[in-house]
Design a protein around this ligand. Structure first.
Ligand SMILES: [Zn+2]
Length: 222
């Protein structure tokens, strides 16, 4: 029982290459750590179809081991991967030097949470907060209960315009939340066309947010 739980939360195979992690280390093997985690820098994604969103920062390219890890996390129930993902996001955010009044995540519908077995963006936010907390002396306001999302058919395979119309009215600000004049960071796993983050930004800006940036683990190559 305990072993099973440990394997879910701290898988003993490398999340990127599925090889052994060695040294009793859980999460990622040494060579994948070097490849994907040791020398991170904030990178800016292209913003050609983006209007409400001020910018999108990402850590890694969505390919090879990164793609494996993100797919494992979302589609094969590996919530434990969030620990390393949180470290990656925290590292990039700290190096960027950007400061925000509020840090939240792209909302996931209840139905998606049920089928996936967990709230994959909420967990990213929690782990990012944990990884960053001590460095920033708790001055940042992390809150995953800002935006909500209604279930709509999967976005994959749709073009940006189709995604945007698919998302219309599907994301909203939760009751009693105030984002007026705030600079807001929205965390998500992957940015493809940017439509989810764009809709989040549109909702936040309509509610008076001054600045909205997206932060994602990985960006699909242009
Ligand atoms: Zn590896």
């Amino acid at each position: 029982m305990l072993d099973g739980l440990l394997n879910i939360f701290f898988p003993d195979k490398c999340m990127f290459c599925h090889g052994p992690t060695g040294h009793g280390e859980r999460g990622a093997c040494d060579s994948c750590r070097t490849l994907y985690m040791d020398d991170l820098r904030p990178r800016m994604a292209g913003t050609k179809d983006i209007r409400a969103l001020d910018s999108v920062m990402y850590a890694l390219e969505y390919k090879d081991g990164v793609r494996e890890a993100v797919r494992g996390y979302k589609f094969h129930y590996k919530p434990g991967y969030s620990v390393q993902f949180g470290r990656i996001l925290a590292d990039v955010l700290t190096k960027s030097g950007a400061e925000f009044d509020l840090i939240t995540c792209a909302p996931v519908s209840l139905r998606r949470k049920m089928t996936r077995g967990f709230d994959h963006t909420g967990l990213l936010l929690d782990e990012t907060a944990k990884a960053i907390g001590s460095k920033l002396h708790g001055s940042k306001q992390f809150d995953k209960n800002i935006l909500a999302r209604r279930h709509r058919p999967a976005q994959s395979g749709l073009k940006h315009e189709q995604r945007m119309s698919n998302l219309k009215g599907a994301i909203w600000l939760k009751n009693g939340k105030d984002v007026a004049q705030m600079s807001v960071l929205v965390i998500d796993d992957v940015v493809t066309t940017g439509s989810t983050l764009e809709e989040c930004a549109r909702v936040l800006k309509s509610a008076g947010a001054a600045y909205v940036m997206g932060l994602v683990l990985a960006s699909t190559p242009e």
